[in-house]
Design a protein around this ligand. Structure first.
Ligand code: SUO
Length: 447
């Protein structure tokens, strides 16, 4: 049977804005208060999806969330009509209003962790939405994420859905941004790398000092248990606390893997050599394993954070070659573009580089890899996916028209207090659930 990897990209929501919400994420803080363009952001994302499907990859769309989140504002004591709730929050707690307006669900690498059927004990694809506890604005995502994933992957014969982990920093879980799967072929059992930033129950272990470690070892272990992975099918790796302190808030800012290739910076992990040995041992000899380690002398951590060299997608094309899907920021850096140029000629499976403009997302710290959620699947599993979420020419045209109809050209901080933004957002999402045939996944559709 044929197996492949599908990518599900987050469709940027109508409230996309720069609010400086993510301490530890350099771009988010640097662009706080800048004016955003939701329309341009959504179109940049759609263009990337369309281009990847034209490269022969299976590409899907993951719907955004309802923002502003008035239900959370009500939980926090704001009362009256929806419009009253937003106006009161704007006056009394503007920072909270900004947080409940974030379109952060666009970064679907943080939506969930997914283990393909070849790795799990029951032979199903397992999904666990990430609780994203470390950032208030992101902690509002997992319930709706779970509903959307169930509406896309509904067939219980193939798909198993778990509840997100307990909502507490001890089990801080940032999903697939800290998870990579290596395998010789997508249909073969692989080795899943779970990367954590700290130990929740052992303060004597290394941890960053300046910026938060969002993801814990205990969360990684829980997800591996829930998904029924075997001992030899998983490797737990600690992220180097020093690089977290330099702005590497997720592992996908400093490492990316696909099939038999792990592309990473020499400073990415703690105990690198021992961990690479463990991966090699668990991977076995079914295929050559390529560890492509980038030295600090080749590309510094600061340059990697600035250009998102590692927040690239590493995808396998129909002819077996791998391509790097990079943001244009990599092309604009002499060091990084020269590195990538020589990399494609080095005899590793990586043979091509494709650059994409996803600047609207990059300015909030989200590159091409942040925007996608990977699901390795068989042809039969693919047939069981809700077909309305799969990208093709007509969905591309339809979604661009939908964006043109509903999205604003610009949003600045003051616009978030406008109650009309909620009305526009709900109209857009109501229509989107019909286009993507998701049913009533949003709270406003369920009241
Ligand atoms: N994987 C990339 C995630 C980027 C995301 N940025 C944000 O939420 C920024 C939002 C803002 O500042 O408006 C984060 O840090 O979790």
């Amino acid at each position: 049977m044929k197996f492949f990897e599908a990518n599900f990209d987050g469709l940027v929501g109508p409230t996309h804005n720069y609010a400086g919400l993510s301490i530890g994420n350099v771009a988010s803080l640097n662009n706080a208060k800048n004016t955003s363009s939701p329309k341009q952001a959504a179109k940049q994302g759609l263009q990337k999806m369309k281009s990847l499907s034209e490269l022969g990859l299976i590409q899907g769309v993951l719907a955004p969330q309802e923002r502003p989140d008035v239900y959370t504002l009500r939980r926090l004591g704001f009362t009256g009509t929806d419009s009253d709730v937003i106006s009161k929050a704007a006056k009394q707690a503007p920072a909270v209003l900004k947080a409940v307006c974030s379109a952060s669900s666009m970064w679907t690498a943080n939506a969930a962790t997914i283990s393909p059927s070849a790795d799990t004990a029951d032979g199903k694809i397992h999904f666990t939405p990430a609780n994203l506890t470390n950032k208030f604005h992101r902690s509002l995502e997992p319930l709706t994420t779970g509903r959307i994933l169930k509406a896309m992957f509904s067939d219980e014969k193939y798909f198993a859905h778990h509840q997100h982990l307990p909502d507490n920093d001890h089990f801080g879980d940032e999903g697939a941004a800290n998870h990579t799967r290596l395998c010789s072929d997508y249909g073969q059992a692989g080795v899943e790398l779970f990367v954590y930033g700290r130990y929740a129950f052992d303060a004597s272990k290394p941890a960053p000092k300046r910026f938060p470690a969002r993801h814990t070892l205990e969360a990684c272990e829980a997800v591996a248990r829930l998904h029924g992975l075997s001992e030899h099918g998983a490797v737990m790796m600690q992220q180097n606390p020093d690089v977290i302190d330099q702005g590497v808030f997720h592992n996908d800012v400093i490492a990316v893997g696909n099939q038999n290739v792990l592309f990473f910076h020499e400073q990415a992990f703690v105990d690198t050599q021992a961990k690479l040995d463990e991966i090699r041992r668990k991977f076995g000899t079914a295929a050559d394993l390529h560890f492509i380690e980038v030295k600090s002398s080749e590309v510094s951590v600061a340059e990697a954070v600035k250009t998102y060299l590692f927040n690239t997608q590493l995808v396998t094309l129909a002819n077996g070659d791998m391509a790097i899907i990079a943001p244009t920021e990599c092309r604009d850096s002499d060091t990084v573009s020269a590195y990538l140029e020589q990399l494609t000629g080095r005899g590793t499976p990586i043979r091509q580089v494709h650059y994409f403009d996803v600047k609207q997302s990059m300015q909030n710290g989200g590159g091409p890899a942040c925007l996608r959620l990977r699901v390795a699947m068989s042809e039969a599993e693919h047939q069981a996916v809700n077909p309305a979420v799969l990208m093709n020419d007509s969905l591309f045209v339809r979604l661009n028209q939908w964006v043109d109809k509903h999205y604003r050209d610009q949003i600045c901080e003051d616009d978030l207090a406008d109650p009309q933004l909620l009305i526009e957002s709900r109209q857009a999402l109501d229509e989107l659930t019909q286009i993507l045939k998701l049913g009533s996944v949003y709270q406003f559709q369920r009241n």
